[in-house]
Design a protein around this ligand. Structure first.
Ligand code: F6P
Ligand code: MN
Length: 326
């Protein structure tokens, strides 16, 4: 049996990175316990606030955010923390060498219906050690991430993590509270017949995305010549987990539903960490034209269209978009 602590000792060459990953995953144990208690923990329902994206926050969003923030602020290696739930990044320890970004509770509309939610995190290097970190320090392309991962609080709690080029998975043992290694080299098949999209937004998509989904729905009667199946967890963390387990395509595409937004998902807290995991597992991740990991961010809360998963399918979606814009 290999625990997360064993694995980090054996594989991470950067002790600071081990330490912040341990902090995040320890908080994940607490969040997992709170979720298991459910309504009994008096944590469900609206907190009465809106987050920086103008969405209602659930009580547990706030709690998960605060738990992560407090724990990371105490970690000597952490120079600052940026959360999807907070307007500005929070400076932590000026001498730290790492910045940590997170979506404390992804898919939070699932909490009240007892469905899967998760915590997504990303670690970037801090270049101005000794000085107080600012929002601008986080504006680094996703290809600079030193590590990324998520905790999925589903029927069991699973940690997916990438350090040192590999994607690995751990399952949280509820009896010992250890993360135990269950997959030591996650790989995604290049082909798939499963896709995830919120089709109710069809009329807001660009023509190439409408064409793509039309082709999938036509199945064996259309030009793809085979049937496809839809799955939608309504929590990105759940859809990405399914893709790491058995392949598939996930997209939250560009849409015109909200004029000022380029897509729904956030580059720094969702798209980048998930893209790193997916690429390192052999899949692809694009905004439909460009590689997500190469996007130079201009704002810590910016949104981005996302198409990720099985490589051949992702490349096909990209091809449709590139050809359309020619
Ligand atoms: O964080 C945003 C998010 O909750 C994702 O986790 C999920 O994929 C998506 O939004 C769900 O969107 P919709 O409400 O359109 O189904
Ligand atoms: Mn989210």
């Amino acid at each position: 049996m290999t625990t997360l602590a064993d694995y980090l000792n054996q594989h991470a060459t950067n002790p600071a990175l081990n330490d912040v990953i341990t902090t995040v995953t320890d908080v994940g144990k607490t969040i997992s316990q709170l979720l298991r208690k459910g309504a009994l923990a008096d944590i469900l329902g609206e907190a009465g606030n809106q987050n920086v994206q103008g969405e209602d926050q659930k009580k547990l969003d706030v709690l998960a955010n605060d738990l992560l923030l407090d724990a990371l602020a105490k970690n000597a290696h952490c120079a600052g923390v940026a959360s999807e739930e907070l307007d500005d990044a929070t400076p932590a320890n000026d001498d730290g060498s790492l910045l940590v970004l997170f979506d404390p509770l992804d898919g939070s509309s699932n909490i009240d219906i007892n469905m899967a939610v998760g915590t997504i995190f990303s670690v970037l290097p801090y270049e101005r050690q000794g000085q107080t970190s600012e929002n601008s320090d986080y504006l680094q392309a996703g290809n600079k991430q030193l590590s990324a991962g998520y905790l999925l609080y589903g029927t069991s709690t699973v940690l997916a993590l990438t350090i040192a080029d590999k994607v690995v998975m751990f399952s949280l043992d509820p009896e010992t509270s250890d993360y135990v290694l269950i997959e030591d080299n996650v790989q995604i098949d290049a082909d798939t017949s499963e896709y995830a999209i919120n089709s109710s937004n069809y009329r807001y998509w660009r023509a190439p995305m409408q064409q793509y989904i039309d082709e999938l729905i036509a199945g064996e009667t259309g030009l793809r010549g085979r049937d496809f199946n839809t799955r939608w967890v309504a929590a990105m963390v759940g859809d990405v987990h399914r893709i790491l387990c058995r392949g598939g395509l996930f997209t939250y595409p560009f849409d015109t539903k909200y004029a000022h937004k380029a897509g729904k998902l956030r580059l720094m807290y969702e798209a980048n960490p998930m893209s790193l995991l997916i690429e390192r597992a052999g899949g692809g991740a694009t905004d439909a034209i460009n590689r997500i990991l190469d996007i130079e961010p201009t704002d810590i809360h910016q949104r981005v269209p996302v198409v990720l998963g099985s490589k051949n399918e992702v490349n096909y979606v990209k091809e449709l978009h590139v050809n359309y814009s020619k």
